[in-house]
Design a binder for this molecule. Sequence first.
Ligand SMILES: [Fe+2]
Length: 380
Amino acid sequence: MKGFSYYNPTRIVFGRGVLNRLPKHIPLENYQHVALISGASAHKSGVAAKVAALPANCSVLTEPVPEEPTSDDVDRFTLHLRETNADLVIGLGGGSVMDLTKFAAYLSRNGGRCGDHDPTPHIDAPALPIILIPTTAGTGSEVTPYAVINHAQSGKKFTVNSPHLFPQWAVVDPDLTRTLPERYRLATGLDAWVHNLEAFLSATPHPMADCQAKEGLALIFKHLPRAMDDPDDGTARTALAKAALWGGLAITHARTGLIHTLSVALAKYSNLPHGLLNATITPHVIAFNLAHYAKDRIEALGELLQVPEGDREAVLVAIHRFLALLQVPYQVPLTGKADPVTDSLIARVRMDKGLPLVNPRPITDRDLADLFGRIIRMED
Ligand SMILES: [Fe+2]
């Protein structure tokens, strides 16, 4: 076996109701100016006010983070952190809120503008200390060194990856996802599923990511359909929160793969939420790579899906069945107005220099054009 290294400095506090015991787990009294960055739903539900009341010196932001924040929004929140002399930042919300929090915590201490980090990010100094509290069970951003941001000018998504973006604490309370609207419960659960799946099927696997991803997949296969049927099912909610965490830990070392890279290329043109877009792309990518996945990966996946040992086609059929049960579309609908040029989609995919290391099959431009052709459905 090849050697490996593993690093994750985030202290994880996990459990139902753990938010109420935040001051027990985190020495908030050590900080003078605690800033809270949160999404609209946390503002509306009162959770933001509840969290803001926990530390003595918390300056709640007056505005919630917009639904699809851009690099300009990151700059605006950075300014607030600077003006309030924040020495600890709490990010409360879904993936985009947590990613914005990480970036703003870095910029407020080190200066610069968010948009200037695309395409050559320079995150090489510590950010302010960060606590992340997810209100979805999806992205796993609460334990990763990644931040994904929409560039305000180009409209493109870009990813920054730096050990300085690991939060100090991740506080995961599965009860926070109870009021998540159905569409987001599905999309975020599917994002966690794809994180675990891509980490597990990587051509450059990581032994610790393997354990996390396999367990994450098992939890999601069993509990996502249950959570969709009954949002009050606390057992299913807890399992999904754990699976999202496992997915975040797994992609930190095994990274995401072709599904996410295609998804990032299409994001600008599609209205589907990130997780649903990923899930729609998934069977096309699995079909493309099917003969090339390592035998032990297919056998393990088959075991989770209860299909005959090593039967690759049966694994693909079972994945289709799982996604059909959750009413995931088979193709990504795009309107004629937003007709993307295939060459520019391919160029975007080629910007992912690490992709050939993790995808089990070499990918030609022709393959990519075929894949996009199968994935996209143009509408009037
Ligand atoms: Fe994702």
